[in-house]
Design a binder for this molecule. Structure first.
Ligand SMILES: Cc1cc2nc3c(=O)[nH]c(=O)nc-3n(C[C@H](O)[C@H](O)[C@H](O)COP(=O)(O)O)c2cc1C
Length: 253
């Protein structure tokens, strides 16, 4: 079994690790131009971004050829939009003639800083609930269960498809303040290789997924978002090491 994953703060890496098999980071596959994946079972594990998936992943899904008897899609999300994100990804694969056998979602800490307070999220998202959700999915996948997750539609589907992402990314932006220690962790956790530290200050290119990995991992709080719910709190999945996120996302290695 191969699991292709995308992560910014570790939730999806945690799910991927719990599910087992060979783990392949999607940003690294993109970097190495690998778009042919073959195994008996293949899964994609990804975060919901604006009720869809990160831009890198949407582009990847348009190109990747998966040759497998059993294909599954698992998303992690913090509040809503999981059904919609899975539906869109499944539809993209189906249009390309690739059948999806199983879709499901895991409710975890919502790392979207403008709206959610990380301290509160960590309090209300219970570790054992998360593990239970993953265990169910793991058993389903081992037994190659056919199942397509369905749920009531997220608020307003045409709105999501057309303008949710652009509305949110024009409303919120990453701010680089003084105080950078030039540790360069932001450059290594960015899944797009979009950050450079020049003269003690992070500089951003045009390829941002708005995944917020750089902001969550910035030890000096030099990086932040305008209008954060709680500017003092940051999140990294407690079961994942920084070195694992760097190994997943660093495109400069
Ligand atoms: C830009 C952005 C947009 C997000 N949009 C949604 C959303 O629409 N619905 C939702 O439930 N969670 C949303 N989230 C929360 C993430 O899907 C969730 O925290 C996920 O588990 C993070 O996974 P990771 O730690 O592997 O990066 C969003 C997070 C980010 C950074």
């Amino acid at each position: 079994m191969k699991i292709l994953y995308y992560t910014s703060t570790g939730n999806n890496l945690f799910i991927a690790k719990q599910l087992g098999g060979e783990l392949l980071s999607i940003p690294q596959l993109v970097k190495d131009n690998i778009y042919e994946i073959k195994d008996d079972s293949v899964g994609i594990v990804f975060p919901v971004f604006f009720a869809t998936s990160p831009k890198t992943l949407r582009e990847f899904v348009e190109k990747v050829n998966i040759h497998a008897d059993y294909i599954f899609l698992i998303c992690s999300y913090g509040s809503d939009g999981d059904y919609h994100a899975l539906k869109i990804m499944k539809k993209t694969f189906n249009k390309r003639g690739i059948n999806i056998n199983y879709t499901n979602s895991v409710l975890m800490v919502d790392n979207f800083l403008p709206v959610f307070d990380m301290a509160h999220e960590m309090e209300i998202k219970n570790d054992s609930d998360i593990e239970k959700q993953i265990e169910i999915i793991k058993n389903d996948i081992i037994s190659k269960k056919d199942f397509i997750y369905s749920k009531k539609h997220f608020t307003n589907v045409p709105f999501i498809e057309k303008i949710l992402e652009s509305t949110m990314t024009s409303k919120y932006h990453i701010i680089a303040d003084d105080g950078c220690s030039s540790c360069r962790i932001c450059t290594k956790v960015c899944p797009r290789g979009n950050i450079e530290v020049i003269d003690g200050k992070p500089h951003f290119g045009e390829a941002c997924d708005f995944c917020l990995s750089c902001v969550h991992h910035c030890k000096t709080h030099t990086l932040s978002i305008n209008d954060e719910a709680n500017p003092n709190e940051r999140y990294i999945n407690p079961n994942v090491k920084l070195s694992e996120i760097i190994k997943s996302n660093n495109l400069y290695q």
